[in-house]
Design a binder for this molecule. Structure first.
Ligand SMILES: [Ca+2]
Ligand SMILES: [Ca+2]
Ligand SMILES: [Ca+2]
Ligand SMILES: [Ca+2]
Length: 371
């Protein structure tokens, strides 16, 4: 710890003074008809020492740096950054990391940025299990396409062979990499039917029809016009480049896994067709607790969708009735990647939607049976 973090009155200083060590108390945890059934030792929350973290990125060997594929951020595509996918691709018990990168793209990038053309790729890092991590992208064959600008990644064992496969969402065509189980992957995008062209920002996997084959929901953002609207100057210049409402949305897609390495687009048949959505993220889970997995989709600057699965292959958007369509002020804010968990431990799932302001936490069951 450096001296700055320990100056008198600092948070670290206060913490060091008030929490010399955690205290423990033995408390009854369940009392029924006056009989205590069991006891447990619990930590008093206020006395738990704060966890401390050390940035070991460089020491571990991670050299990856994200790039927007250009020298200057000048449009909504360059401003929409990707993330990474953490998964154990080789089943050695240690989690590995796949990073998604931007790249020079003729629809998005300026001419000056052309110097970056061909120099950017995604990266797969193998966790060696000893605190170091190694770039294995070339061997694994998962660098991505030069004409697909990386936006997202997710993983699932779509063919049930015991190895997690990798799906990359792009501006352009998506990519499905089949994990060969020997440290290499094969691009099976065309055969699988999962190219899902457009602009994909998230792709949660789940078995929507319960047939044992995992399906995928691909979130599409908006129909970027390659800068045409921006070149007209018909927007409020002080706001910098045009935002999401300057472009029409794109429909998300649900692809059913046929169990033979191919997928079929089931968006319209399942009621999920929503061509105006500007999807930024999604989570698949059983939000209403009826045993069927639902999908919560965050849309940028407009209403979110909460697609409730009826268990018979059909989804209905209940976001407005459930009170999770908008931000706290009832407006469509810059809804981004959502999180779902039981925050208040009442047995019902709650939703946190980060945005560029205060974010929105929606608690389920906090007032009657509503959100
Ligand atoms: Ca591993
Ligand atoms: Ca697999
Ligand atoms: Ca399925
Ligand atoms: Ca459900």
């Amino acid at each position: 710890m450096n001296s700055e973090s320990n100056y008198p009155g600092s948070i670290a200083d206060q913490h060091n003074r008030v929490t010399p060590s955690p205290r423990r108390k033995t408390l009854p945890v369940l009392t029924l008809f006056g009989i205590t059934l069991t006891t447990a030792t619990v930590l008093i929350a206020a006395d738990v020492p704060w966890p401390k973290f050390t940035d070991i990125t460089e020491a571990a060997g991670i050299k990856f740096k994200h790039c927007i594929g250009d020298l200057e951020m000048s449009n909504i595509a360059e401003a929409t950054g990707p993330g990474c996918c953490i998964f154990d691709y080789d089943n050695d018990g240690f989690m590995d990391i796949y990073f998604v990168n931007g790249r020079w793209h003729p629809d998005i990038s300026d001419n000056r940025g052309r110097v970056l053309k061909g120099k950017l790729r995604n990266a797969l890092y193998h966790n060696n299990g000893d605190g170091t991590i190694a770039d294995v992208t070339e061997k694994a064959g998962v660098g991505g396409y030069d004409d697909s600008y990386g936006m997202a990644a997710s993983c699932a064992d779509y063919d049930n062979d015991g190895y997690l496969d990798l799906y990359v969402g792009n501006y352009g065509k998506c990519i499905l990499y089949h994990n060969n189980g020997n440290g290499t992957f094969t691009d099976v995008t065309e055969k699988s039917g999962l190219a899902s062209p457009g602009w994909a920002l998230a792709a949660p996997w789940f078995d929507y029809n319960g047939d044992g084959w995992i399906d995928v929901f691909v979130v599409h953002y908006l129909n970027y016009d390659k800068g045409a609207f921006q070149r007209t100057g018909a927007y409020y210049e002080a706001d910098n480049f045009p935002g999401p409402l300057a472009y029409p949305g794109l429909p998300d897609h649900l692809y059913r896994n046929n169990g033979d390495g191919t997928f079929t687009d089931m968006t319209k048949e399942t009621g999920l067709w929503e061509p105006t959505g500007r999807g930024m993220g999604a989570i698949a889970c059983d939000i209403d607790g009826d045993g069927n997995i639902d999908i919560f989709v965050t849309n940028d600057a407009m209403a979110n969708n909460c697609w409730i699965n009826d268990g018979k292959g059909h989804f209905t958007d209940k976001a407005i009735e459930m009170g999770v369509a908008f931000g706290e002020g009832g407006q469509g804010v810059s809804h981004m990647g959502p999180f779902i968990a039981d925050v208040d431990r009442n047995g019902l799932l709650d939703i946190l939607v980060p945005d560029m302001g205060y974010s929105t936490l929606s608690l389920q069951g906090s007032s009657g049976n509503s959100w």
